[in-house]
Design a protein around this ligand. Structure first.
Ligand SMILES: [Zn+2]
Length: 285
């Protein structure tokens, strides 16, 4: 450790001003500005398309499989005709276009109104536990590591709910953390039927208990709107959500995919305070 003579001490370089370093502290605060009116941005640089150009080759491609058969979209498309629990006539209109270019707006801007447990979606612990709901265990708290990683797509025996006996018969190895259960709900194409149906299959309470007690599964996927059979709806959900370690993904589209090991990816929205959220889910081979 030494001391510089004051004249020999290297002069500190003047710091270049950086907007992020002292933007708020160094500058006198600007006078408050009135909010700018929302005027449409100029369209000048663009040449309007001719009517022929407007309609040429405008055929959107909608896919279920991407990347030469490697990526499967296991999310149901949101439509007014998809089932909604308790509805005879499906989801109905959930999307509208309050700002429409046909009505003179500079852009199309739609808005939606949707129960958060519609279509392919996740359940957070607050869905069935009110004290978890109050404490904030919402979809924003779900672990992305659980929602993304290797897992199994398996077929369960048909003609039965997922009971303890069925779970036992599946011989899911310890260490498997993510399992998507394909059931007869897929064969019956229940998610493609407008009218909601309570005859779907799902976990019974003893099946859920068996899973919690005997497996390492933390992500459970199912192919209808509820993970638990209608008769066991509340108790089976309670068993699965109690530890707050298990994430439930409901309403998956598992048609036409070989059972096996996949990389599962599920991304719910960060809806603060919501106990459910639509999620985009894919499988990668
Ligand atoms: Zn749900």
């Amino acid at each position: 450790m030494g001391f510089y003579h004051p004249q020999l001490r290297p002069k500190p370089k003047p710091k270049p001003w950086h907007p992020s370093s002292c933007y708020f502290s160094c500058l006198p605060s600007p006078p408050p500005q009135p909010p700018a009116p929302l005027t449409p941005p100029s369209l000048a640089p663009w040449t309007p398309l001719s009517p022929l150009q407007k309609t040429a080759n405008l055929f959107p491609i909608r896919r279920e499989v991407y990347g030469d058969g490697r990526i499967f979209d296991i999310t149901h498309r949101y439509t007014g005709d998809m089932p909604s629990m308790g509805s005879e006539n499906g989801l109905g209109q959930f999307l509208r276009l309050p700002e429409s270019m046909k009505n003179g707006s500079f852009a199309n801007i739609s808005e939606m109104k949707l129960i958060t447990h519609t279509g392919t979606h996740v359940d957070a612990p607050g869905h069935y536990y009110d004290h978890y709901f109050d404490a904030g265990f919402d979809v924003d708290t779900l672990d992305l590591e659980v929602l993304n990683g290797p897992g199994l797509l398996i077929d369960v025996p048909r003609g039965t709910n997922i009971t303890a006996e069925v779970m036992k018969s599946l011989h899911i190895p310890k260490g498997v953390r993510r399992v998507l259960f394909r059931t007869e709900n897929t064969d019956r194409r229940l998610m493609f039927k407008k009218q909601s149906d309570t005859s779907f299959v799902g976990f019974t309470t003893d099946g859920a208990k068996w899973l919690v007690d005997n497996t390492d599964i933390k992500l459970i996927g199912i192919d209808y709107l509820a993970v638990a059979a209608w008769s066991d709806l509340v108790p089976a959900h309670l068993v699965l959500l109690e530890s707050r370690e298990i994430i439930i993904v409901e309403g998956l589209k598992l048609d036409d995919i070989q059972p096996g090991v996949y990389s599962i990816h599920c991304l719910p929205l960060r809806l603060l305070g919501a106990e459910g959220s639509p999620a985009r889910c894919i499988l990668i081979k």
